[in-house]
Design a binder for this molecule. Sequence first.
Ligand code: MTE
Ligand code: MO
Length: 516
Amino acid sequence: MPVVTRPSPLLPALAGVASVALAAGAGELVAGLVAPASSPFAAVGGALIDLAPSWAKDTAIALFGTSDKIALLVGIGIVAAILAAGAGVLEARRPPWGRFLVLAVGIGGAIVAATRPDASVASWFPAALAGAIGAIAIRYLARSAVRSREAAARTDEGPADPGRRGFFVWAGAVTATGVVLAIAGSAVRAGAQAVTAARDAIRLPTPASRAPAVAAGAELGIDGLTPVITPNADFYRIDTALVVPQVSTSDWSLRIHGMVEQEVTITWDELLALPLEESITTLTCVSNEVGGDLIGNAVWLGYPIRELLALARPSADADMVLSRSIDGFTASSPIEALTDERDAILAVGMNGEPLPTEHGFPVRMVVPGLYGYVSATKWVTELEVTRFDAATSYWTDRGWSERGPIKLESRIDVPRRSASLSAGDTVIAGVAWQQHVGVSGVEVQIDDGEWQQATLASAISDDTWVQWSLPWQAASGTHRLTVRATNSDGETQTPDRADVVPDGATGWHSVEVSVR
Ligand SMILES: Nc1nc2c(c(=O)[nH]1)N[C@H]1C(S)=C(S)[C@@H](COP(=O)(O)O)O[C@H]1N2
Ligand SMILES: [Mo]
């Protein structure tokens, strides 16, 4: 008969610490990947700094000097370890309360991270995931701790028994995994910060040729109407990158190869030394629904792809250029769109700044007139000159059309859908586009009335969208407003509704508004 003693809390406490180490490491890595600006630890630390009374901050600074933040993180780590040990003991004695405690701390961390001033949409995720991983880990490790203790009590083999050894191996492996994940997380974050810092330090050269000044009349200045140039922060973002690629300018180069007489490779410094041109081009996503907002217009700075291709001397048989990004995305562009007179460029600047990382830093393609999926490769590193019958690309492999010329479309921005406004003088306004063709007119229909000519703002060029407006004497009641554009070839936008797959939506945009 074994001696009855109160079971030692050591193993369950270790189980708790190991589980939380794994959870914290996973949280740090996921934070590094999805929300580089924040980690659960940094978020909780930041919140504590903000919440701490000033005497506490002063004491911390007096005690730790410039290491006060490290001291804070170490402090958070110690508190987390104590909580973790407690959760392990709790889980061993009163399951599932230990699990719940870990999960609750994770959710608390998620709430803190999501409410930090620099939070992004994904900031809550790392801590919540960490809580879930910690809860699962603690369930199994605490149970294994209890079992090995019971086995030890039964066999009386003491500390060397296999159950106990097994537990230590498991707990050690789980802890080590957590540490490795945390290191990977901080490496990812450091990489992202390094690229961001390098980007901030870049001074783009003065353009050799400027875009035509945006005429004052291009911006109608109507409340609620989309501005004619889209600020970078508001520019839509579409890509397949779960993690924004972090490409440093020193690592970047572009290789032009395939059906060419001369392979060409160009580095960042070489590209920046070329005479860069400014151009204004509206980008549109093929997935933009009628009335959708996957469209934006920017002043780009870049070098004509035409000139680089000329250096490589493409074969006359080539009809396509397959551009490839650092993360393996590919786009297949008709070679004529890159070699004709249009402003198809390798862009390095967007609205006066280096490209934002999520818009392709350091270098992307911009091609007027083609949807992004067949032209606008971000983080581009390769142009392969080839043929449509020899190669396909990321989206054409998935059922989207081989060719992606942008379709004629128009959109009502004001009044907003289901807006309610007062009767009397008001205005209907929006944007219309068919890049590289141009818009010559916009008409608006109110309910079943006659189509009325809207006023077009001055177009920047055929490669950009154009604003339009129409004064409206709104009578009370519910009204349906519909818009259609006519392009520079005299073709009027089709009313036929087409889905975005395989080559872009068509149909007229309508909004329903109620007038009081
Ligand atoms: N590397 C890479 N480039 C890409 C994509 C992508 O998934 N990966 N998506 C394309 C698509 S579908 C569009 S619409 C545009 C969007 O560019 P933006 O995010 O700068 O607006 O980028 C294009 N370039
Ligand atoms: Mo797209």
